[in-house]
Design a protein around this ligand. Structure first.
Ligand code: AGP
Length: 606
């Protein structure tokens, strides 16, 4: 969850660290800090509650020049949001920053008699004191010993007081990427901090320790200290892709990037009118031989799985189970060697999803991950990976990652229908051809942006909002509710429209906003009956249908239409509409759209 950066080299370190932290802020932003070797080779520490801007102001008052340091933005797990709990933590000769959770920090506090020494409530400071106790002048040996003491997850960057200019790093589960560039040596919790300096990087291997010096980055085997040569990877983004490019918020930019993201994800896999995964090295056998599909994910990614279930089960006639990753791990799931586990994650670092995938593999499932960040842990550890090509998604609220995840799932559904003999080549090509119509439909919804903006004035007056839909519309409404609540703080819930009258309709009273989605022909009249029920109780109804739907105008206070794509594809234009509604609700309430309270972009703690 936290943002980590380290730099050592010929340039001024403070500036690089602070700019890097700004780019990492979406990973966690309740406090921030840097530590650096001053010109007298003493380690200086600056920590601030609040965002990186506050840290920049504090650092602006320090004249010290530096060429080596580490920086951290925090998403609190242990201990409140205070300067004492902010990283870096200093313990004797050790100064470190940490991303992850040390599960045995209480036991270590006892074992090393640290209670009187601790200045914070964090597990990270305990790790720093333990490392200081183990340090006898050889950083590699001390770090190796530390890893044997710790239980839990970590990504550490470490300074030793008597090793000016050097940074040491080690990880278990939590992400770290590093690079040696013409600007010096860099390490970070994700690529956005390296982008201004390089597009080449390597993932810090687990079971390794990395030493960064001003002119080299070297990984060593954690046990033998043998030099390692990790695979050098090349990121396919540039700095522009990670900047706002004139949009007021990353989220709006990313909403508008969706048609391009869809093209980049789908078109390279279009061969003779059919989805083709041969370049992804995903064999047809994976789709032909499975007897059930189990989708494992969290949040928005899980909602993509819910849509997949709604289209795959009717088409493929095999069970498609969608399970929240944090639940899957403790459910004794019914998984065997004939299960295809589809693991969905934008960041590829969500620890619940990673752990659930490992359990699915242990139970014999084949694992196919759908991931946006190249080289991320889930992508590397799944047996097969289908990368989406949405580019960096910086806003905490996921938008373009959701629609390209859906695109990947629709392509998989189409390929599976073909290889399982459910579709002929002609039928599969027809399905895929109609699917491609969603891209112009999304572009059309972006042109109606002002219509969505007009909706929110009523919405933001209410503390609550309800999303209702049936079938596929219900699956979309889950994501619509999450988008609205996570960035506008309106208590939004999604309900199967037919379920409302079994209790929840008691909450519908005068002017309560209800966003009703009715795009499925077969159940349209049923859906409209439910709209009638909430309207009769005074709800303010925002109705979304396809153009030309036979709507009784008296039922809708606002009626938003989407282009008449086939009803199994309506999720794509609907998603754009619901994302824009959530976006403008957050803007209308003057909230921090890109970095909503309490959240972080990648949840790397359980
Ligand atoms: C979505 O808007 C949220 N930011 C969150 O639910 C997110 O989708 C979830 O944490 C999963 O993240 P992942 O896709 O990177 O695994």
């Amino acid at each position: 969850m936290c943002g980590i950066i380290g730099y050592t080299g010929p340039l001024e370190a403070k500036r690089i660290l602070l700019e890097g932290l700004s780019g990492l802020e979406y990973r966690g932003y309740d406090s921030a800090g840097i530590a650096f070797f001053d010109t007298d080779s003493q380690i200086r520490l600056v920590r601030q509650v609040g965002k990186v801007e506050a840290l920049k102001e504090a650092c602006g008052r320090i004249a010290a020049d530096s060429h080596c340091g580490i920086g951290h933005t925090r998403w609190a797990t242990h201990g409140g949001v205070t300067a004492e709990n902010a990283h870096p933590h200093q313990a004797g000769r050790v100064t470190l920053i940490h991303n992850g959770i040390i599960e045995n920090y209480h036991q270590l506090t006892e074992e090393y008699h640290l209670a009187e020494k601790l200045c914070s409530q964090t597990d990270s400071e305990v790790a720093a004191w333990v490392l200081d106790a183990l340090y006898e002048g050889d950083p590699l040996d001390a770090v190796r010993q530390l890893t044997k003491k710790l239980e839990g997850t970590y990504g550490f960057c470490i300074l030793f007081a008597d090793r000016p200019g050097e940074i040491y790093a080690v990880r278990r589960i939590s992400p770290l990427v590093a690079s040696y560039t013409h600007s010096g040596a860099l390490i970070a919790s994700d690529l956005t901090a390296l982008l201004p300096y390089t597009q080449k990087y390597f993932v810090v291997p687990e079971q390794s320790i990395v030493r960064l010096t001003p002119y080299k980055v070297q990984a060593y085997d954690q046990e033998t200290f043998e030099k390692l040569q990790p695979e050098i990877m090349r990121v396919n983004w540039n700095m522009d892709a990670a900047m706002k490019n004139g949009f007021p918020h990353f989220m709006l930019k990313e909403i508008h990037e969706q048609p391009e993201a869809m093209k980049n994800t789908v078109l390279p896999r279009l061969s003779k009118g059919l989805p083709d995964f041969s370049d992804d090295r995903i064999p047809d056998a994976l789709f032909a031989e499975c007897s059930q599909i189990h989708v494992i994910a969290c949040g928005t990614a899980m909602h993509a799985g819910m849509v997949a279930k709604s289209i795959m089960e009717p088409l493929l006639r095999i069970p498609v189970t969608v399970t929240i990753a944090s639940e899957f791990r403790y459910q004794q799931p019914l998984i065997d060697s004939s299960t295809l586990a589809i693991v969905i994650s934008q960041s590829g670092e969500t620890i619940d999803t990673l752990a659930a995938m490992e359990l699915a593999e242990d139970l014999g499932a084949k694992t196919l991950s759908i991931v946006n960040v190249k080289g991320s842990t889930i992508a590397r550890e799944s047996q097969y990976v289908l990368y989406t090509h949405a580019g960096p998604e910086i806003a905490v609220a996921s938008t373009k990652a959701y629609t390209v995840q859906l695109a990947a799932l629709y392509m998989i559904a189409c390929r599976m229908a073909l290889v399982r003999g459910i579709y002929s080549r002609e039928e599969a090509a027809a399905f895929f051809g109609e699917f491609l119509d969603v891209i112009p439909a999304m572009e059309a919804m972006l042109q109606k942006q002002e219509e969505m903006k007009a909706v929110v004035s009523h919405l933001i007056q209410s503390p609550d909002a309800f999303f209702i839909g049936r079938g596929l519309d219900y699956a979309f409404s889950l994501e619509g509710a999450l988008k609205l609540k996570e960035i506008s703080y309106i208590h939004a819930e999604a309900y199967a429209a037919g379920e409302l009258k079994h209790g929840t309709i008691a909450l519908i009273s005068e002017n309560v906003p209800v966003i009703a989605i009715a795009t499925q022909d077969r159940i349209f009249s049923k859906a409209m009956s439910n709209v009638r029920e909430v309207k009769a109780r005074g709800a303010f109804v925002i109705l979304l249908t396809r153009e030309g739907a036979p709507v009784d105008k008296s039922l809708a206070d606002v009626h938003i239409t989407i282009p008449p794509v086939r009803d199994i594809f309506t999720v794509f234009p609907i998603a754009v509409a619901l994302q824009l509604i959530a976006y403008y609700a957050s803007v209308g309430k003057n909230l921090d759209v890109d970095q909503p309270r309490n959240l972080a972009k990648s949840v790397t703690v359980e």
